[in-house]
Design a protein around this ligand. Structure first.
Ligand SMILES: [Zn+2]
Length: 343
């Protein structure tokens, strides 16, 4: 059975290709992080190498070896697979050496299975030389070799590489679909499944990781508490917070984007509550606090905060001074009253 949750369009297209024996030499799976690209790629690798009559069975020796990353004909290439040296760990590109090795191995016949698969995770990280080298391999397809490139943003890949691949788009799942899969397939309790389904914004992999590892939800709670504190805080505390975020921006940019996304979710929720559409909020565990806080702000104020958050994101992407952007943002947020918001 196909393990990937949702993505029925992509799965049925791949199933049809398998039935017709019309598998492409290269695929490009496009979709946001954690939406299921790697799971689908591994499922396709299983389907092509499965020993059962209805592939992928998930239980035969081949399927199991692929699932546990032990199959010698299925390789994952990405930033994480560059090696264990200090230099490899800090790499920001998939190097030409990594692709040369792939090129060499692609010409050898499958070792234990029927097909060789090379999964290139984060294909947007291919260096220009690596992408050119890969292009040569894609232009001269070898039998029983399939390349699967995974990316969240295919516009960062050379058009020549994209044009050699069959493109499959993986879309975020509906919250209901995530909730049902978490409860029925993983036995997650209903309230937690509902919360995770909202928080993951359609990216099932994140919801599942958070269901299995409590630290992700704990971390979110801490960040969320800080947001509540800042909304009722004075200028001095807001300055300190802005400086902290700006300091992190140079080192761990991704973390600041995550925090700004939480801010955005929070104010979007306030907007939804304000207009009487509270059932659609993301932070279902903060329902009571959101209802309280929504009374402190007018609709115009809430909309203004959302648009400042969006503009701050744009300015940061355009390399504006992060400290200045974040200070202006934090000082411009209207102050909540606090008494009712206390935990
Ligand atoms: Zn199998």
């Amino acid at each position: 059975m196909w393990q990937v949750v949702g993505q029925s369009r992509a799965v049925s297209l791949l199933k049809r290709s398998l039935e017709k024996g019309a598998i492409a030499h290269a695929y490009l799976f496009i979709g946001p992080p954690h939406v299921g690209k790697m799971t689908l790629a591994l499922n396709l690798a299983q389907a092509l190498n499965c020993e059962a009559s209805e592939p992928p069975c998930g239980v035969c020796n081949s399927c199991q070896r692929i699932a546990s990353a032990k199959h010698s004909d299925v390789q994952i290439i990405g930033l994480a697979s560059a090696g264990n040296t200090d230099e490899a760990k800090t790499r920001t590109e998939i190097s030409i050496d990594q692709i040369r090795q792939v090129q060499h191995q692609a010409y050898l016949p499958p070792f234990e299975g029927k097909y060789k698969l090379f999964i290139i995770d984060g294909a947007q990280h291919l260096s220009t030389e690596a992408a050119n080298c890969l292009l040569k391999t894609l232009e001269e397809p070898v039998g029983r070799v399939v390349f699967i490139l995974l990316t969240a943003n295919f516009s960062l890949l050379p058009a020549t590489v994209v044009s050699r691949c069959q493109r499959l788009e993986l879309l975020p799942l509906a919250a209901g679909e995530v909730e049902t899969a978490l409860s029925s397939r993983w036995g997650i309790e209903p309230q937690k499944a509902k919360l995770l389904a909202r928080l993951c914004h359609g990216c099932f992999g994140w919801a599942l990781s958070a269901a299995l590892d409590d630290s992700l939800l704990r971390q979110r709670s801490e960040r969320q508490d800080r947001i509540l504190d800042i909304i009722i805080a004075d200028y001095e505390e807001r300055f300190t917070y802005a400086a902290e975020l700006a300091g992190q921006f140079s080192q761990r940019r991704g973390l600041v984007w995550e925090i700004l996304d939480l801010w955005l979710d929070f104010w979007r929720d306030l907007l939804l509550v304000k207009v009487g559409f509270g059932e659609a909020i993301t932070n279902v565990d903060l329902e009571a606090k959101l209802a309280d806080l929504a009374r402190d702000f007018s609709l115009a104020e809430i909309r203004a905060v959302i648009s400042s958050l969006l503009s701050a994101g744009d300015e940061l992407r355009q390399n504006a001074n992060p400290r200045l952007v974040l200070e202006v943002l934090m000082l411009g947020i209207p102050r909540g009253q606090g008494e009712r918001v206390l935990r």
